[in-house]
Design a protein. Sequence first.
Lengths: 788, 264
Amino acid sequence: MTNHYIDFKNTDCALIIGSNAAENHPMSFKWLTEAREKRGAKIIHVDPRYTRTSVLSDIYAPMRSGTDIAFIGGLIKYAIDNKLYQYDYLVNYTNASFLVHPEYGFSDGMFTGYDPKTRKYDRTTWAYQTDENGNYKRDMTLQDPNCVFQIMKRHYDRYDVDTVCKITGTPKDLYLKVAEAYCATGAPDKTGTILYAMGTTQHTVGTQNVRSYAILQLLLGNTGLPGGGVNALRGESNVQGSTDMGLLQHLYPGYLNSAVATPAYATLADYHRTETPKSGYWVNKPKFMVSMLKAFYGPNATPENEFGYQWLPKRDPNRNYEHIALFEAMYEGVIKGLFLWGQNPVVGGPNSGKEAKAMENLDWLVVVDLWEHESAAFWKRPGVNPANIKTEVFFLPACGSFEKEGSISNSGRWAQWRWQAIAPKGDSRADLEIIHQLRNKIVEKYKGSTDPKDEPVLKMWWDYGTGSHPDIDKVAKEINGYDLTTGKQLSSFGLLKDDGTTVCGVWIYCGQYTEEGNMLKRRNTVDPGGVGNYLQWSFAWPLNRRIIYNRCSADPYGQPWAEDKANIWWDEAQGSWVGYDVPDFGVTTSPFSAGGQNAYIMRPEGVGCLYSACNEGPLPEHYEPWETPTGNILSSVNLNPVVKLWDTPMNDKGDVSRFPYVCTTYRVSEHWQAGAMTRNLPWLAEVMPYMFAEIGEDLAAELGIENGQKVVVSSARGEIECYALVTKRMQAMVVNGKKVHHVGLPWHYGFQGIATGATANNLTPHIGDGNTMIPEYKAFLVNIRGVK
Amino acid sequence: MAKTMFIDTTKCMACRGCEVACKNWNDLEADIQPFNGSYQTKEDFATQTYTVVKMTEVVNNGRVDWIFGKRQCMHCTEAACIMVCPKNAIKRSPQGAVWIDHDLCIGCGYCVQNCPFGVPKLDTVNHKSTKCNLCVSRIENGLTPMCAKTCPPGAIMFGERQDMEVAAHKRLAVVKRTHPNATIYGNEEAGGTVLYILTEDPSVYGLPPHGTQVPWQVKFWQNFARPIGNIALGGTLVLLLVAAWFNYVQKPKEPPVHVEGGVK
């Protein structure tokens, strides 16, 4: 989130798209309700299904799953055509005025530079124009045909309301209602917020879906202000923390790219050269990287050995390490061992039938979890003979959150300490304890080795106490970082150095544990200005900042756009930025000085990017899902041209002639993720005990399916049996002149626990986004038939 | 001072946290029902279920809507259950909670038969009547009932009767802007009950019509039969029979049951 949960109360209009906030993030509605009560805010819900979120919205607009870019592209055009954009913001805080390479082009769904052999773009023609000194060329009048604003205007000119509605299936009157309500937030004194979740990201165009929201927010001047922003409602209480801490395959902690085994990353100096931009705050990256290496390897990291850089594993440039790729490799028999730590792919993984099959090739499997879930029990799943599966399975019982101490980071980047409430049951242990004991055992095994390949293990710095229970306080202190010269805890990542004299595990968390103590434990409820920032409650990264890019909450001259949107502002007398938040800007950088309006300090160009290179292009373009009920009516290119195609066994592609209905998967309030946490609890099993397929009354009538009867839902990957839940809340949409029905499946169920049921993911495909390879869980094709 | 609950159905998102919190505090067992084709997995109160969020699909002006209404004991000011209980097992706490003392309850089922809201359910194994007790053990100690405590959007409020009435009227004025037919329920009914903001007819929430009162024969029992009965046991027996007969022929009609999807 650029903003945070409580900040929803400051909005004038909330656009909930790709999210079922009321069901999956109920607390969001505490604050959205307050915005409506106190500010008269409007709530808009755009979704294929009329859900519990739609009930609480002022406007509900149906949209075919997988057509966000068309929907948002239309809003971008609507805002431009009707001059509803926030002009001062656009000119000063975005790259609207930047000139692009004259050979940049786009035609029939393709940008310039595509190579069909590699399915990749050469980005040369997407670059900005620079002058002889390397400065970006800009046209502050936004008239130059090569400026970003004009390119964007031309790009989205094709997204007129009629075309958009033909793609999305949204009734035109509802679409216009959404456009009018949301684009009204382009007024300087109004803000709109976008709430999204996995309904946005789990598509072959997931990244560009999010980009389209960012563009709309920049155009309307909604980012960096209270009640605005692009806000991902994270699906796990600590998934924000897990990505911050480097759980993704391509990142180190703090969003530093991980090294690849290519010459560009051969040495630490090469890493710095490759990864450090020439301007923007990331010029400090070497300081973050070296301080992190000092945390990894301690005194073993010296200037002479590149601070241990060579001990880091490097990614093979020809291999992919995303979830789908790992299970494909398992299926091929390349990966022989697997740790499942709080993950249940036999229920939650895409094409889960294939993933369960792939696991049969493992020599060993370690599961760390609270329950013996479906993945732990994959060897005895229905339909297989355990005698034929040779995998050795180890189950390590883990504690629940109330049985251990530690911090979690919520969607709004607030890291809050949680105290232990009760002692762990049985022999269950905290995750930290398990990893600590495991590490100690492994090091013991390697002890005395002089083999250089064992150095990464033996040189590891692990100063968390010698017993079997690690000192969590020491972990928190190391994540924050300290100065080796003074021995003192650091208060800001501005103090980090690249000479090996500072240690910092995760630079963005620097400030969480200072000489004053553990900031995550703070519980003071003072809230100057009443904006809900609560700066003395816990700690938010970076630097306790609650709304990022908050320089934008002030106009180019440093004053709030509106009194009730004040967050930080320039105090000329004090010569500093002051206000209710930690400035996301040089505290003493006057708005009138050079760079005084470069509100997006992390960007080399200092402004927010309407136009920004992703793998499939610098502007989001609508492509159809991998399995689509219709052709792309905007171009002859149906599928995102850069996605990796997995032409492998057990991953067939379905055709609309055999599988005529669009299927989407989702969660319900009553269950949690892959279900182990809730389907094992009687009170939660009770409130949603059965797997069902949700279909509209119109489709049920066509197929002669009655509410409550058993049905079989099938895709090209498999079929499942469950109950039919026939509802008025799902209705056919008219897409490109043709009636399109949706089938909805909750993905919580499996064969273990109290509430059991068929697994929706037996139907989903192995295909992912063009940048992140997040699986396309949200739009694929199925058929459905009644069974007696 | 008596307190009451105010349920603003327009804020309810049917997360059903209240249903689970209720089971938790009252230590009620899970009671898994057969699949009924609805998100509302429990059609009615039961001996192990004191609160249910009703979820009903309606079509208004051609647009589908989904109506949520959290139901539980209404804690009536004129409580039929208290009036008919022959063992004085149903009591009213100073805070306004109508609760069943299970040490005294004999499971005769009079309260079950006479509640205009269909709330109490008879546990035929243990011979006890069961229902929501407004978390009397909590409110006696200055806490709010569990359902109100857990409700994320603040759709369930709890406080002094007077304050809740003011809040309900304030809220009604706002809701009427978008739902001109919205009403307050519980001001007049049964001498005053838990307050609701409703946007649909009470029947959509499984509630009897506006203005529902305690049946006259119940009041008759309370005001005449019982005092006389205290004088003469024989007279009581006669009147018991009379009252039972009235209950039999005058039993309030079951409120219409709305099932999602229109099919049961």
